[in-house]
Design a protein around this ligand. Sequence first.
Ligand SMILES: NC(=O)c1ccc[n+]([C@@H]2O[C@H](COP(=O)([O-])OP(=O)(O)OC[C@H]3O[C@@H](n4cnc5c(N)ncnc54)[C@H](OP(=O)(O)O)[C@@H]3O)[C@@H](O)[C@H]2O)c1
Length: 275
Amino acid sequence: MTAETVKPLVILGAGYTGRLVYEREQVRGRVVFATSRDPDRHLLFVPPERRLRFDLEDRTTWRNLPPACNLLWCFPAEPLELVQEFSGNLTVRRLVVLGSTSAYQANLSRDHPPPWIDETAPLDLEKPRVQGEEWLRMKCQAIVLRVAGIYGPGRNPLNWIKRGRVSPSRKYVNLIHVEDLANICLAALAQGIPGEAYNVSDGTPRTWREICHLASERFEVQPVVEVGDGSIGKRIDNRKLLSLLAQAGVPLLHTDLLRSLEQIVAAETPSEATP
Ligand SMILES: NC(=O)c1ccc[n+]([C@@H]2O[C@H](COP(=O)([O-])OP(=O)(O)OC[C@H]3O[C@@H](n4cnc5c(N)ncnc54)[C@H](OP(=O)(O)O)[C@@H]3O)[C@@H](O)[C@H]2O)c1
């Protein structure tokens, strides 16, 4: 553990992922602050003295951040002009930014399965959040995590199927469980290389057809829409992430989708009252 990593941590945008990181750090006894645009409504899990109001779009809130902290940025880094202005005044030690695998250009190939995508693949720099992430990576030495689809308690892929958000298509999807993502954020803060990007997924791209089949066979969940839009999706290569995690001694806990879905379903099912 270096002196840098024990600086206070500020979680910028403590939503689904940020809240779990907050809870992990709290348990470890670390000094951790969480931000929200409406802290007294959204940060009830944080003691008042550790709640900060921060809105990238409201410059008056920028000064609420403590100096010389480590920062975990958990919302889309856009628009570029504000990201540039905000980051120009930053005094952070280590900066980890949550990006998205949607940063990679779509339809690079028409092959099925699509080629594996590592961190050197071309980016879609038309996207405002990709412009912001790349600025932070190159000018502020941010560690950018290009994150696959996040699932976990309260974000259950079986519900995406039930509600028709996805169909049994041949499109590839890459997933990461929020518990693993929280651990990865902390590993990146501690040991990620400044200025580098890391793909974040569980390492097993699956087609929606495969996931829908699993849903139907093991959970009796049937898709409600039949047609895909014809897109092929991506296969995200997570080898760079795995070497970071190996170095940090942090295992991926959720590589078996069936088991993880069973855990989510069990947690959602009210337990029967014992007599
Ligand atoms: N969901 C996915 O499958 C997925 C996949 C790949 C990447 N990602 C990316 O991963 C990151 C974390 O995802 P998540 O689902 O944990 O995020 P989330 O639940 O949306 O949490 C981020 C929080 O940031 C705050 N926020 C939003 N815009 C802000 C702004 N302009 N200024 C200050 N605070 C702002 C919001 O909280 P308040 O309303 O309390 O301010 C929001 O709840 C995001 O960047 C997301 O785009 C998500």
